[in-house]
Design a protein. Structure first.
Length: 505
């Protein structure tokens, strides 16, 4: 008799439920290899059993109920954590990717790369680990420094003939300022020093230099630069510029201000610069100890310069420029009876350049002319030139070359003016990152136009700087100076040795 449809459907549903239960148990075993194997004699939860109630397990030690061993099993199941440790310790080598082995499922997948441990971001390499950090005021970085050195000078007064040496104590202070603005820029470098000679007090003298520049970005192609500068030095006793013998050096202070307007037209640029400078000379001390003023040497200088340049490539900008100036003395007639106020013109051409950042600088040359108010003084004519080159020969070696040719003022009786030519070189090499050795040298020549007078001289020296930290540096230097005077008996030689300590921030 055929089965009823209801009975057939019931049997089909029971078989389907048993198959689903078996598949679920198998997947669970692969997901967790330490779960006990499913009991085929025990129906899954919710499934209809078709097996007889008296069915027995197929093998001893199998689990008739989840979590409970069948009576008569050999050993009790071990704790799950202990089972995992023992299984992993005795597991074979990893199997290929895609294996259904329970052990392979529990191990890291050998077909995927191991995740790299998280690393901290590395700090950017510093350009100079011994560079002072300075004080950050919010918009400006201030880098002050003080320096104290001591040594010996064989000729403090640069005097000809027999001379007496003296110990040298030098104190110096400096300040560097750099802006951190998004727009505009300000930079300044100020330095002042005093040399003290215990064995020759008359040779005590100050010196210093400084400059500051404020750049204002008015428009995208319009820029204004406001600048100021000073230079303080002294005049040696016996100089041709001093008509009488002195017991004390005369100070020479030059200070000035300038304003430059620059307008760019694409690759072309036009700038107009105006400047005013003031030069004053300190009092002399005669052989009798009386001070002598020098108002006849004080003067003001006014200048106007127009420059046009064109940027051929980044860093290379040829230019031409022309300038006019006026030099006005405080007194109409100087101590020698001459009216030395004058006016002059200059024209020159040159270029700024930057060649792969190994050779940078500016070179220009031209011609200058100066006419004096006193008809007895002939016009002063001559070439003018400026050169400043920096060559980074290697990452550790830098060569700096500077040269000038200028028309200068003079108070020598009968001389119209003077042409001054200088050439200097400095080679700096870093023996270590914090140990720098430098060799310096320069030659100069002064010709007094209108008089058969010429002075030649040269200097040479060595400098060593050892930076202990960002804030402390040891310094040592040696210099040799030689002058061949314009008149017999005016030659001199001097040697200076200094060792000191520099503190900076």
């Amino acid at each position: 008799m055929p089965a009823r449809p209801s009975t057939v459907r019931l049997a089909a549903l029971a078989g389907l439920a048993s198959g689903l239960a078996w598949a679920t148990a198998t997947l669970a075993q692969e997901a967790d290899p330490f779960q006990p194997p499913p009991d085929p004699t025990r129906p899954a939860a919710g499934a209809l059993s078709t097996a007889p109630a008296t069915s027995k397990p197929a093998f001893r030690g199998s689990y008739a109920q989840v979590g409970k061993p069948v009576k008569g099993s050999q050993k009790k199941p071990k704790p799950r954590r202990l089972q995992q440790a023992q299984t992993l310790a005795s597991s074979p080598a990893p199997v290929p990717l895609g294996s259904t082995s329970p052990v392979a499922a529990a191990l890291p997948n050998p077909g995927l790369p191991e995740p790299e441990p998280r690393r901290r971001p590395r700090r950017k390499a510093e350009v100079d680990p011994y560079e002072p950090l300075g004080f950050d005021t919010g918009g400006l970085i201030l880098r002050p420094a003080i320096e104290a050195t001591g040594g010996y000078d064989t000729n403090p007064n640069r005097a000809p003939g027999p001379h007496k040496g003296s110990a040298l104590l030098r104190q110096e202070g400096s300040l560097q300022v750099d802006s951190q603005w998004e727009r505009h820029a300000f930079t300044a470098t100020l330095r002042g020093a005093y040399n003290e000679y215990p064995g020759q007090p008359s040779a005590n003298r100050p010196d210093g230099q400084g400059s500051a520049n404020l750049r204002l970005d008015i428009l995208r192609d319009t820029q204004v630069d406001l600048g100021a500068a000073y230079d303080l030095t002294t005049e040696r006793p016996g100089s041709l510029e001093q008509p009488i013998a002195t017991l004390r050096r005369s100070t020479i202070l030059t200070a000035g201000a300038s304003a430059t307007l620059t307008q760019r037209f694409g690759a072309a640029a036009v700038s107009l610069r105006g400047s005013v400078d003031r030069t004053t000379y300190g009092d002399l001390q005669g052989p009798d100890g009386v001070d002598i003023s020098q108002p006849g040497r004080d003067l003001n200088a006014y200048a106007l310069r127009l420059r046009t340049g064109y940027e051929v490539t980044p860093g290379v900008q040829p230019f031409v420029e022309a300038s006019v100036d006026k030099r006005a003395y405080d007194t109409t007639i100087d101590a020698s009876g001459y009216a030395r106020s004058s006016s002059g013109v200059q024209a020159r051409a040159g270029s700024t350049f930057e060649i792969t950042r190994t050779l940078t600088g500016e070179v220009s040359a031209g011609y200058g002319s100066r006419d004096y108010e006193d008809p007895r003084l002939l016009p002063l004519r001559g070439p003018v030139a400026d050169a400043s080159l920096v060559w980074s020969a290697t990452p550790l070696t830098t060569v700096t070359l500077r040269g000038t040719s200028a028309l200068a003022e003079t108070t020598v009786v009968g001389a119209t003016g003077a042409t001054v030519k200088t050439l200097g070189i400095e080679i700096s090499h870093a023996l270590m990152r914090n140990l720098i050795l430098a060799a310096t040298g320069s030659v100069y020549q002064t010709d007094y136009i209108g008089q058969p007078l010429r002075e030649n001289g040269y200097t040479a020296g060595l400098k060593l700087e050892y930076k202990l930290t960002r804030s402390v540096a040891l310094k040592a230097s040696y210099s040799h100076e030689r002058l061949n005077g314009a008149v017999p008996g005016s030659d001199y030689t001097a040697n200076v040795v200094l060792v000191g300590l520099r503190l900076q921030h």
